[in-house]
Design a binder for this molecule. Structure first.
Ligand code: SF4
Length: 380
């Protein structure tokens, strides 16, 4: 059993966890390990329990695990799903991540939205009901630096009450500037928690610095960000279960350290993109469903995010197992809601339903859609 030490960074914590060892138990766990993990109470499970719940032995008891995850999700969240939409503000990027369709050297149509164009995109989304937008950019220090983000956030906060960002990582002071401009959520996927794989994929640009990125959510939390999202891109590293365990450990660390913030996790699978990247590890639908259940049982209060990377029917089926946040009608190209196909997208979206269709499908299985659960006025 691993315990968190108050003054450690997560980078230090991760080194102390013994990730390889724990991950190996996610392959070798026995029937009795799974039973022990299942019988423990919410909030009592440790990383070894998580490993057992991710194991093939637990996979053979998926129905039982799914029911436990469903009961816990309904107890903590009710039958609700929070809806958000991504706005890609720019696909300019000075970094080369070899799996990404925006990587620096790819010959794609590049575009950065002006603030007025971003507002038009936001208005198109609010007309569909969205009240929470996630702003995304590539990593370009000048074109989409803090000044640009501040301007965009200030303008957009007049249109939508909840604004999150998924952009390059910043210092604590820079996050404070973004909070003051209206940002209340930060999403930072580590992509892969494996240091060697991270070095292989991030061949140029500021993102090469593993620890600077890993500690980004802590800087954002200290700066007063209210929603912190972490995740790993499943497929980049084999064994993929190691990534899930690291993501869960990261989320639990942030939950303890920043108890006022809402913490979310995401385990997206790689989708086809202009990069032509072929994943190193395949995660089947059944394994992803088991992963969602295991995450829910390990992290009873964390939001679990499922984007439109996944197919429509599969996404709907995952909601009762623990998914609490979802996007809909997403475009991954800058300007895609008002001028579709005017620039290249980051990856291919799988679920192409409109927001209303997604909301209707959720309502059909007895879930209420939450378009807004926060207002900046509550911060006062
Ligand atoms: S993942 Fe981000 S930083 Fe890396 S190439 Fe894509 S947009 Fe650039």
């Amino acid at each position: 059993m691993t315990t968190l030490t108050a003054d450690r960074t997560f980078s230090e914590e991760l080194d102390a966890i013994g990730l390889r060892d724990i991950a190996s138990r996610s392959v070798t766990a026995s029937e009795s390990d799974v039973t022990r993990a299942l019988t423990r109470g919410a909030g009592e499970r440790d990383l070894e329990d998580l490993a057992a719940l991710l194991s093939p032995a637990a996979g053979a008891r998926l129905e039982e695990i799914a029911q436990a995850a469903h009961r816990l999700t309904v107890r903590r969240f009710g039958k609700t799903v929070h809806m958000y939409a991504p706005i890609y503000l720019s696909n300019e990027c000075l970094t080369t991540c070899t799996y990404c369709g925006f990587a620096k050297d790819l010959e794609i149509v590049r575009r950065t939205l002006t603030v007025a164009e971003a507002v038009r995109e936001a208005e198109a989304l609010t007309a569909h009901g969205f009240r929470h937008l996630l702003l995304l950019t590539g990593e370009h220090q000048k074109i989409t630096g803090v000044d640009y983000l501040e301007q965009a956030l200030r303008a957009l906060s007049r249109v939508v009450p909840q604004l999150s960002i998924e952009v390059q990582v910043w210092s604590e002071d820079e996050y404070r500037r973004l909070v003051a401009a209206g940002c209340d959520g930060v999403v930072i996927y580590q992509e892969t928690y494996d240091r060697a794989a991270y070095r292989d994929y991030h061949v140029a640009g500021r993102k090469r610095d593993y620890d600077w990125r890993l500690e980004g959510p802590e800087r954002a939390g200290r700066a007063g960000i209210r929603r912190l999202g972490v995740g790993a891109l499943l497929g980049l590293h084999d064994p993929w279960r190691e990534e899930v365990i690291a993501t869960a450990a990261h989320a639990r660390f942030l939950t303890h350290r920043f108890w006022r913030s809402e913490v979310t996790v995401s385990v997206p699978r790689i989708r086809p993109s202009a990069s032509g990247y072929v994943p190193r590890a395949d995660v089947s639908d059944r394994e992803l469903a088991q992963t969602i259940c295991a995450l829910r049982l390990f992290l009873p209060d964390a939001g679990i995010v499922m984007s439109s990377r996944e197919a429509a029917g599969f996404r709907d089926a995952l909601v009762p197992l623990g998914v609490t946040h979802t996007s809909a009608g997403s475009h991954t190209e800058p300007g895609g809601y008002t001028e579709p196909d005017a620039a290249e997208g980051q990856f291919e979206v799988n679920d192409t339903r409109t927001p209303r269709q997604v909301a209707a499908a959720l309502s059909g299985i007895g879930y209420d859609v939450v378009w807004k659960d926060w207002d900046g006025v509550l911060r006062a």
